[in-house]
Design a protein around this ligand. Sequence first.
Ligand code: BF8
Ligand code: SF4
Length: 626
Amino acid sequence: MSKAYEELTITEDGRKLLKKAEQDQVETVWDRHQAQQPQCGYCDMGLSCRICAMGPCRVDPFGEGPQKGVCGADADIIVARNLCRMVAAGASSHSDHGRDLVEVLAGVAKGTAPGYTIRDEGKLRKVALEYGINPEGKDVLPLAGELAWAMMEDYGMRQEQITLLKRAPEKRRELWKKIGVTPRGIDRETSEMMHRTHMGVDNGWQSLLLQALRNALSDGWGGSMIATEVSDILFGIPTPRPTMVNAGVLKQDQVNIIVHGHNPVVSEMILKACESPEMLALAEAKGASGINLAGVCCTGNELLMRHGVPMAGNHLMTELILSTGAVDMMLVDYQCIMPSLGTVAACYHTKMISTSDKARFPGMEHREFHPDNARKLAEELVKEAIENFTRRGKVYIPVEPVPAIGGFSVETIVGALGGTPEPLIEAIKAGKIRGAVGIVGCNNPKIKHDHGHVTLTKRLIENDILVVDTGCVSVANAKAGFKVPEAIAMAGPGLKEVCGSLGIPPVLHLGSCVDNVRILVLASALADALDVDISDLPLAGAAPEWYSEKAVTIGVYFVASGVYTVLGPMPPITGSLNVVNLLTEGLNDVVGAAFAVEPDPENAALLIRRHIEGKRKALGLSSIKV
Ligand code: BF8
Ligand code: SF4
């Protein structure tokens, strides 16, 4: 590690734990990132292709070497195909997560998922109605079964369009129809994306990218939306609740269990087991004063939103959390789990458990969760974590935790506004709130950890722009102190007044990455109330530190839904000027929104403010020059 810790992360716990990791000779993501330098320029520009065995091929960006792959694909085709495959991978990840939840819903209905229940009957009935199922007079379990079956149809090919697309404003749906990107089935669009990018199929870079829009929409209004809705039905609609964040949530005197990954199907069961009197008594018998369950990444967000479970850190903190030596067990499911974690844990006493039939990791014990065994297995594992507490060595918990409020859903935001989005619209019309921005996505060692998120958020709220966040951004912003009502002190005068009167922070935690769909639903409600399209609203999206394929898909469905989106790291597309121009300009003429790329969060804030003021002006609202 040659760089100073201050250059790697803005967070105090991150810096202190980086030092500890170095002392313990633990290799981290930053070490490996440095060891990879210089990273491949062809891949960075999207100009390499290894889709078939005539390759691998690359196109020379300087025009001197080969300009075509062995099959004849040029830079435009290769770059577009690579990006499309990223979208397909992201869409399939979210949507497969949604599928797992639908299976649990079906299991609850059949009585084969002991321990899971329907926590929100009202939401079950409401969503059933949206699926064309009359819930009247129906008992909960058969209704849950019917809904699960209807959702399974969304994954297939028997429908002209996925069901929850109806939630989008009519103008937007008409536009999608006109340009041919209405998603038909969730798996269908991903499958077609993979088909089209096979050698010798779709070699039009524009038509490929249009299918990428349709594929991403099948996630945003399909797979991810199903994941969010079914999570609410099974585990409850999130409501604002206090919690604590950063590595300081670990407790010296308690059994510390960390859940990592994405699907609440595992983490909810672990939480139940942690709360059982039998386990608490066992923990006490082993000399611990309690069982402390905390999260990292998105499954942590799911628990935080619904139960106020504390959050230990985001993506780049996942190795460092282990280097505290205080984690007795970490359970992972899938997505964003670095394969290095087992090796890090081996330096300490931490037990590492993988739980999903589709995700294995070196150095972890595999204990597979299924709806029928989840309750029993969760109890067994919590017991083992308690036993492991007695094997702990020296512990280093470097900071005190920071308070935050998490758990805003569309339902609770509208509830806080008095049951209708009208007060928010009035505040926007009056210019007290200039607009709203969804800041989403990951950490990436290419960007100073959390710097992009926190700087952008700070600049936006001080300029009266309401921020909603999800995923790893929400952890960064909570650690920075933006998520308590007192944070209005950092907001501009208008936002301060509105949030102050509602008693809410200026930065609202909307959940995990699949919960980005809550932003789509909120945007649709605002558009409908103003009788405009989403692309007319003073809204924007940003992913200042994105790294994952899922984040690409989210960005694409934001833009395809009409939300201007600013990315921090450059996606691997610079090898094709045509693709760059389409994504950053041309899409404006197609879907009324486009991407911008700006790694500097100060500049990103300016771009977003300019965009928001431009949209205000077009709507005939007061606007200022930025
Ligand atoms: O789905 S924000 S690093 S944890 S991909 Fe991953 Fe990115 Fe975090 Fe959650 Ni989302
Ligand atoms: Fe090369 Fe074409 Fe095969 Fe890609 S698909 S590896 S460009 S021959």
